[in-house]
Design a protein around this ligand. Sequence first.
Ligand code: FAD
Ligand code: FO1
Length: 451
Amino acid sequence: MIDPRRILKLNTKDGKMGPVVYWMQRDQRVHDNWALLFAQNLAQQMQQPLIVVFCLVPEFLDASNGHYHFMLSGLKAAEQNLDLFGIPFILLKGNPLEVLPEFIEKTGAGRIITDFNPLRNTMKWKHDLASYIDIPMLEVDAHNIIPVRYISKKPEYGAQFLRRKIELHLSEFLVEIPKLKKHTIPLTNPYPPNSWMEILSDQKTTGHNIIFEGFVSGEHAARLAMEDFIQNRLDNYDHDRNDPVLNAQSDLSPYLHFGQISAQRIALEVRKSQADAGSKKAFLEELIVRRELADNFCLYNPKYDSFEGFSSWAKATLNKHREDPREYLYSTQQFELAETQDELWNAAQKEMIKTGKMHGFMRMYWAKKILEWTASPEEAMTLAIYLNNKYSLDGRDPNGYAGIAWAIGGTHDRPWGERKVFGMIRYMNYQGCKRKFNIQKYISKTLNRKS
Ligand code: FAD
Ligand code: FO1
């Protein structure tokens, strides 16, 4: 049974008999996927075939070849997994608004189910498709443990407010997830198989070409990464996670971003583990409260990626300090090539370019320095989002937009002591980092790292 609080009707079209289509978008996995489970339940009730479809668009928020390669390898694995359950997976190339209506027509689909994603472009795809087609379309929040639309109907201004609500409802939602069943009703007119050779070789050859070798793509690899973290690093998470010299974080964000693992599965396994209670609590705070707060931010703040989306106090204080002289000003190219005067910032930028992931603590410092060394907060936002989306494997995600808005625009934070350029936005500096960890060790670790 899928909790009805996860489900939203995206239109009110009349139902008809025909295959149930799950338009897999954000949650690119077979197991622990509430949207797929819901689609299968519906298909079984209607005695209809079930089809999973994914729309591959040529450009997605500055994503590079490396990101596409990671995503497509995961989707190829999903196709093989789905095949074991008798469920066809079809990859359509093109804008969903162009390719999905034709697909619905060709297959005679009776319902379309999709997952939840608060980013503007994907919300628009879903909204426009729902009003264009003539079959019912439903959205299932398969990404969040507590459905974001349910837990709060408004933007939450700090983690403490969402945490309180989550604490009240967590036990209702953090439950074991049913297993997908073999689907026994086949498609009468099977679709031609996906040509992966063509799909992979068709990828654009421009952009950032790095294949991130530190991250093996796919649902199976994601599960192994989770197990490795729980067995070997979770115990020290609370103590070590803010030291970028140590490898204490989970490194699960790329898998979460592409939906190759469910946050609910991670939370269930973490809760079961024998690791230190303080570490489990600290990790679940990040995985549940902070991550779901980011979805809340993007859902209820359509200006999540701009200065306009900051709180009034943050806009006022940044406006007051707009004309403050900046000690350094760099061009996009200087930032991108890690050519600032600050060896620590440069190391963080290089870590992101080489490995596809910057350590979480360094991300805060990195974005705050961009505010300090650009001519305006607007420029800082544009640049930080551009670099994060272009180079981070987990970029182009609500977490990225919320993290950058936190660092540059005080989102989910409070006013701090006033200083130049930052106004009352929380400040971070090199000396503070020096007190927290061994900067030279971090720099040499980063320079010696391969992708
Ligand atoms: P862990 O510490 O192991 O945490 C486990 C999971 O909890 C993460 O995978 C993530 O899903 C969630 N989480 C942890 N910290 C946060 C946080 N502060 N906010 C929301 N969720 C969190 N996260 C991204 O996933 N993509 C991004 O593009 C991204 N960009 C960021 C940019 C800036 C400027 C800042 C300050 C933060 C950004 N974050 C981003 C949030 C956070 O830094 C990363 O989620 C974290 O570093 C991912 O590494 P991990 O999986 O090893 O984290
Ligand atoms: N979603 C799609 O539906 N189609 C795509 O072609 C696609 C490409 C893509 C490339 C990089 C990337 O990081 C994400 C991409 N996504 C795509 C979306 C992604 O699956 C997430 O839904 C969003 O980024 C929100 O987290």
